[in-house]
Design a binder for this molecule. Sequence first.
Ligand SMILES: *Cc1c(COP(=O)(O)O)cnc(C)c1O
Length: 832
Amino acid sequence: MTIQDFGINTSEVYPVTDSRQVLSPTQNGAAEPVFFAIQGEHHDGHRFITELYKKNVRQFVVETAALTPDLRHELAQLPDARIHEVGSSLKTLQELAAEHRSRFTIPVVGITGSNGKTIVKEWLAQVLSPDFRIQKSPKSYNSQLGVPLSVWPLNENHTLGIFEAGISKPAEMQALQSIINPTVGIFTNVGPAHDEGFRSQKQKVAEKLRLFRKAETLIYRKSYSEIDEEIHLLLKAVNPTIRLISWSTDQAAAVPVSYALKPIGTQISVQWEGRNYRVEVPFSDSASLENATHVLLATLVLGVTDANLLRERFARLRPVSMRLELKEGIHRNLLIDDTYNNDLAGLSIALDFLNQQDASRQKVLVLSDLLETGMKPDELYPAIARMVAEKGVSQLVGVGPEMGGYQSVFTVPTRFYATTNALLQSGYLNELTDSVILVKGARRFSFESVVSRFVQKSHRTVLEINLDALTHNLNFYRNKVGSQTKIMVMVKAFAYGSGSAEVASLLQYHRVDYLAVAYADEGAGLRQNGITLPILVMNPAPESFRQLLDYNLEPEIFSFRILEEWRQFLKEEHPQQGAEKPVVKYPPIHIKLDTGMHRLGFLPGEITALGEVLTANPDLRVASVFSHLAGSDEAEHTAFSQEQYRQLIAGATRLEQILGYRPLRHLLNSAGIVRLPDFKLDMVRLGIGLYGVEVSKLEPQQVQAVGTLKTIISQIKDLKAGETVGYSRRGVLTRDARIATLAVGYADGYDRRLGNGVGQVWVNGVLCPTVGSVCMDMTMIDVSETQAQEGDEVILFGQPISIADLAERIGTIPYEILTGVSERVKRVFYRE
Ligand SMILES: *Cc1c(COP(=O)(O)O)cnc(C)c1O
């Protein structure tokens, strides 16, 4: 069957291959989905045709071999479905994508090689995005399936395509070549990854080179002699006119390249068409330099040759996201689980992350031999040793036959084990306490078993905290207030449910000015976790005064009573301290003024008297004078907020006159920063906005969701109409339904008011309503509209179920949803 026989116009439809995919038109504006039923190892798309039909999919590509009499019967029940019967759905998808590609004459970059494909693609797109409208592979979509899905959205608006191609078996590249049909090729490098499928390195290189059969230009590093040889032997034979851009730092090549180490990063110089180009990149490991050189040459080939422009853009290159997870482990350890990549760039990112954790803990790196860097051990391990020393690692635990031979290059204490098993059996891991442990190993070392020594794998509810989103939100508010205004971050109530110590560590790393907690023991907890920032305690009480003093926590003073109690306490502690000559320095205090909230604080009429008490006790130093807005989130209260502001200024001014010095003034919370920026004063107090909810609703798109509450399906059952689900038989089924039981309940913080269909959860791309009442530890949902299996992940809130929406459904505020997540729910922190 040929393409024409289909009547499928690739510009008008978009392909769907994963039945769980959310159905929505793609970037090319095509409105109609076509489902390609693909038979995989663990999955057969043909099983989901009727379900997709119910979701309004009408075109299906199916395989003759899969059409059992039952399936044929099933398909016959779908009145207006168009069924395209083919030999192989995947092959058809590929042929259609290749046909689609052939309609465009724009430059297309095709990237293959063992390592660095995704990074080169992402960087190239970063550098070229001002000049081109680019279609590129999402993430590392580089397979037989990923490539056609990446190319399909190409349309007339695009001026450049960038696609990566990865293969694991001989004869796979031919199909990818015809789909990508690159005009410019990049062969990143060749290493031992995916060796299994090939007889030899030579065969692998030869197969990969097929991608460039019709390319006009090919960029590659001459030092990979197998690549260089095969190009001249094979590629030149089929593509004699190809322009070869070989580069090298140490041998004769078309493009001489040199690297010079700079204080931050490296300068790359290339000799290109008689001119010398120099750019600086913020990296110095050899993998990143190789990738950046490929990107630079591709940029020049594509005609972007303005030296100043290039310098600017290369200086801005950033590491490509790779997810790093931070978990709490046994023996008060924190664990960073980095099993996502295995190169030097990845190690450098992970070490930065390790370094920014709790300063008081020892930092342990458990590292296997690095197998995919393309570096010789003689260069590699000294490079690692340098990084390890720079990034504050206190102890290196090396695993593998290779690293042990380089013991002498490391300057930090080391231990080496030949195998993962030897490490596990040594008992050393059990000795680690109060440490942050980064575990990073090549797949073949199965470091999962090391990780599971420290954390029990969670088979139930977790709250995932996206630290990148937190950083993004902090930066958003920082930019709003500018560099002249300090930021105090509220980390009360377990950092709004997100986990105080970890969030505080990140904030300390990003150098916020102050933290604030509700109670002294929250502050003490932060100090025990290495937080040295000033900390305000909003509800001090006499029984906690000792903690304030011991941990240098700064009390909010809101009444004459608490002021007198604090003064008395200090006097009893240090009877010899006289007003003239202070013996000890007490933590400073913060004066709270009540300007209309009527919660805590001195009223305007009390300020003169307050000033007199303070003047009589000069060792009670006032760090700030502040107040809290009652209605900063709603426009209707703006006049009231203005009046509160006026009163704060009046009160603070009066107090300063009496004191003779000027403490900080502050008023705004998150909503106030956005709605009333004129009142930012010396400092703002950032709370819920940092945690991903923009409560003024003026700029909701500017903050990113931080927390995602997830659980799993414990059991699924098919029930008949008329049966009931849960306590008091509240969930009455009006039709036959598949009901799944979730491992989450109101004791975890999934609000009971979300029961009986009020709440919806996200299962494999579909919103599913709750059924019956939420129980203490369990919740039932209707999964009839999705494909769900026991053990599947379920999202309760976060992306894509907004906390604001959830709060609205049950008549509460986002604050309650966030802080309601019980402490028994494990927090997992991650960076993309
Ligand atoms: C909690 C709190 C804040 C932060 O409020 P958000 O609305 O979460 O930004 C600011 N100031 C005081 C006194 C608070 O108690």
